[in-house]
Design a protein around this ligand. Structure first.
Ligand code: PLP
Ligand code: COI
Length: 341
């Protein structure tokens, strides 16, 4: 295998070119064959529904090079199911779970040389996306779609890695509407969050914590990641119809139970931030990113979760356990990883 000349330890969460992507087109009422491409471009009609009316959705998952040298993909079927839910929400053609998984396996194998070596802390990020390609000028849905899967080796999502970050919250901006598209993974949600995210970055914050868009009383989620917190041996995470149901969060809830913690998925009022011993963002990209401080930009209040610049003990144990499973260091008792031969 011709190993690329990359500085794996220095990788950030960004795009590095790889060898191939895979594609599959839905046309004449059926999905075609999986095509392998070495081009990073797509020929598109200038009136394509994705360009005009945002008929687009995506996913994010990772493949890991384990301690035993094997390749593991984490909970791929869950991403496949969410891809279907997102498609249904956007009036797009759902890609069958089997086809989703087949495409993921293929794109990972084709780009095997880009899977970061064990011990570098990096992984191969897999980005499936689907777009509506039928020309549309009247506002209606496409009848033809392309699914593309690309991969890119990535490092940590936050520059600080596993060091607690400082984030902010404000009632000035919403990521999504109360009955909107927050619970599915579509580009529009991220486009709508760019302005607020950039403002937060300019103020020196790693991320922005969104409140529920209806009442602005409850914690929703943390940029492109879910939020969880620890108090009294309990893992607390928001239950909200405007957040994306995170596969990482679902996994951490299980691991928390395995560790003997109680798990509460419920509304989390902003005032409860005072009571938490630890707080964290979680997601495929973020894994488990401890939050050291939250500044409320509207009230001037500050909530501190790390006084010594280190993550709390439970967040650390959760992080080590999920990473351990993903890198094949500890037994995968829940069968979350698929090993690619
Ligand atoms: N919330 C949002 C808005 C996200 O973009 C993501 C990333 O996928 C998550 C949460 C975390 O979800 P998951 O753990 O499935 O990656
Ligand atoms: C992920 O965790 O996969 C994300 O979606 C994060 C982001 C880069 C969109």
């Amino acid at each position: 295998m011709n190993v690329p000349d990359l500085n794996w330890e220095e990788l950030i969460f960004g795009y590095t070119p790889t060898d191939y992507n895979v594609r599959c087109t839905f046309q004449d009422g059926k999905w075609g064959e999986i095509e392998v491409s070495d081009s990073v471009y797509i020929p598109l009609h200038i009136a394509s529904a994705c360009l005009h009316y945002s008929q687009q959705l995506f996913e994010g998952l990772k493949a890991f090079r384990g301690k035993d040298g094997k390749i593991r993909i984490f909970r791929m079927e869950e991403n496949a199911k969410r891809f279907i839910r997102s498609a249904e929400g956007m009036l797009m053609e759902p890609l069958p779970v089997d086809l989703f998984c087949k495409m993921v396996r293929e794109v990972v194998k084709l780009n095997e040389r880009f899977i970061p070596p064990y011990g570098t802390g990096a992984s191969l990020y897999i980005r499936p996306l689907e777009i509506g390609i039928t020309p549309k000028i009247g506002v209606s849905g496409a009848s033809e779609f392309i699914v593309i899967m690309l991969v890119t080796p990535v490092g940590p999502y936050f520059k600080s890695g596993f060091k607690p970050t400082k984030i902010c919250m404000t009632r000035e901006y919403d990521r999504v509407a109360p009955k909107g598209t927050g619970s599915i993974k579509i580009g529009g949600n991220y486009g709508a969050s760019l302005f607020a995210g950039e403002k937060a970055h300019k103020l020196g914050y790693a991320n922005i914590l969104y409140l529920d868009p209806k009442e602005k009383k409850y914690i929703d989620e943390c940029g492109a990641a879910n939020f969880f917190a620890i108090k009294d041996n309990t893992y607390v995470t928001p239950d909200s119809e405007s957040v994306l149901p995170s596969i990482t969060n679902m996994s951490l809830q299980q691991l928390a139970k395995d560790m003997g913690l109680k798990v509460e998925k419920r509304q989390v009022p902003v005032e409860e931030l005072e009571e938490f011993e630890e707080a964290s963002a979680c997601g495929t990209a973020a894994v488990c990113s401890p939050i050291g401080q939250i500044d409320d930009l509207d009230t001037g209040k500050t909530y501190i979760f790390s006084k010594n610049g280190e993550a709390g003990p439970i967040t650390t144990q959760l992080y080590n356990t999920i990473r351990g499973i993903q890198y094949g260091e500890i037994p995968d008792t829940h069968n979350w990883c698929e090993i690619i031969e």
